[in-house]
Write a protein that binds this ligand. Structure first.
Ligand code: ATP
Ligand code: MG
Length: 415
């Protein structure tokens, strides 16, 4: 009987060398850019208590009500695979007792898990790079965080995104707006889809975000939060806009941006592309001034964002495969030990080196070629005796005998 091959779980993919090359590039750029804003990397647990997300993200959100990989472990604890990074960051910030330590600037990267319907740009295990800025309330910080996100995308060479911003108001002005919105939604109820009906009960602002075309048509004249802001929120929003103007970060105001999670207030934003169909949001975030307090800490304002690494990858210009600098071709058993030692020395000097394994010269040169090596160092008995190895440049065909030191010098200065 043929053995059946085991497959990975749907929506959960392997990171093979080409992907990982792109992911590492994205991560390296994030580290550089975020460090220039004095953000520091944190590494937080993948398993968290389920209650953390129920209390922060919100029981009625899609993430918590439908998408969480939550289970009881052998000891009877309710734990889950984290669906997002902010709640865990706040938990860690509180647990470490950092609320009196002044502003904290954190960033993280790693896998997140949501049991969504798998499709292009929507995976069940995906990776996010996120940043969280605790203890600051001003629009200036908001503008800087958005500028940092913009610089991250620019440095990656991702050009086709636009920044859309909105204000979600605060506990002072949102309740009145919510009433106005609900009244409007009631009047359009027949034109709205089933999901919108559910959201009218659970989180009416999410209706504004419905992707169904007929719903969007019915919502054309819906009241907008930006027109219902209290004075403090209005001032904050104006401050954000002037900050972005001062920093030359282009944006448009989109009153339909609401974010799917409960904890956001005031500034909400998304970087969106038209190149990924319906899954066009590559980086999204906002201010969450109430979250630290609702998880048991002192009132602490904060702002953050997260970007999906796999969505960024789809927009990335191809990241070149790293090619070995040198392939070592050893001719004959007598030179084998010597050739291994020379390869080791070349690596010590910082070059990337493959050893072609001995055997016929033809076979070894073929291997050097297939692996894209830039140079071949050929070692036979004569070369070993003379201490002069034959260095061949595979793109020009040029070759000359050189000492190991001379090879290291030539290649280190050329790369
Ligand atoms: P969407 O509207 O696409 O469902 P979301 O509001 O659920 O996104 P967030 O929770 O804000 O997304 O996550 C931030 C970013 O993480 C998204 O903009 C996206 O780039 C990425 N992301 C979210 N869910 C997934 C997923 N299932 N697969 C891949 N990337 C994802
Ligand atoms: Mg989602």
């Amino acid at each position: 009987m043929a053995k059946q091959k085991l497959q990975s779980i749907r929506g959960i993919h392997d990171g093979l060398p080409a992907q990982v090359r792109a992911w590492r590039h994205i991560e390296d750029v994030a580290r550089d850019v975020f460090s220039s804003y004095a953000f520091a990397e944190v590494r937080l647990p993948i398993l968290e208590p389920t209650a953390l997300f129920v209390r922060s993200v919100g029981e009625k959100t899609d993430i918590v009500s439908k998408e969480m990989y939550a289970f009881e472990d052998q000891g009877g604890d309710n734990i889950c695979l984290r669906p997002e990074g902010t709640a865990g960051a706040v938990r860690a910030y509180l647990q470490a007792g950092l609320t009196r330590a002044g502003a904290q600037r954190w960033f993280y990267m790693g896998p997140m898990f949501r049991r969504e319907r798998p499709q292009k740009g929507r995976l069940r295990q995906f990776q996010q790079i996120g940043a969280e800025f605790f203890g600051v309330s001003g629009p200036v910080e908001d503008a800087e965080v958005l500028a940092m996100a913009q610089l991250f995308l620019d440095t990656l060479g991702i050009q086709e995104t636009r920044l859309e911003i909105n204000s979600l108001g605060c506990t002072a002005c949102r309740p009145d707006y919510r009433e106005a919105l609900l009244t409007f939604l009631q009047s359009k109820k027949d034109a709205l889809c089933e999901t919108c009906h559910e959201r009218m009960d659970s989180n009416p602002m999410r209706v504004l975000d419905c992707k169904v075309k007929t719903c969007q048509e019915a919502l054309t004249d819906a009241p907008e939060m930006v027109n219902h802001l209290c004075e403090a929120c209005d001032t904050h929003f104006s401050g954000l806009k002037s900050g972005l103007d001062a920093l030359d970060v282009p944006y448009t105001i989109n009153p339909r941006i609401v974010r799917g999670l409960d904890y956001y207030n005031r500034t909400a934003f998304e970087f969106i592309t038209d190149q990924l169909g319906a899954q066009g949001t590559v980086l999204a975030g906002g201010r969450y001034d109430g979250l630290v307090e609702s998880l048991g800490g002192p009132a602490t304002p904060a702002i953050g964002f997260a970007a999906g690494i796999e969505r960024l990858e789809m927009l990335l210009p191809e990241v070149q495969q790293a090619q070995p600098d040198i392939a070592v071709v050893a001719l004959g058993d007598a030179v084998m030990a010597y050739a291994l030692q020379q390869a080791a020395k070349l690596r010590e000097a910082g070059l990337s080196v493959i050893h072609c394994g001995g055997g016929s010269a033809k076979k070894q040169f073929k291997m050097a070629d297939r692996e894209g090596a830039k140079f071949v160092v050929t070692i036979g008995e004569d070369e070993m005796k003379a201490g002069q190895l034959m260095l061949k440049n595979l793109s020009t065909g040029e070759q000359k005998p050189l000492t190991l030191d001379a090879i290291i010098q030539t290649l280190s200065s050329s790369s």
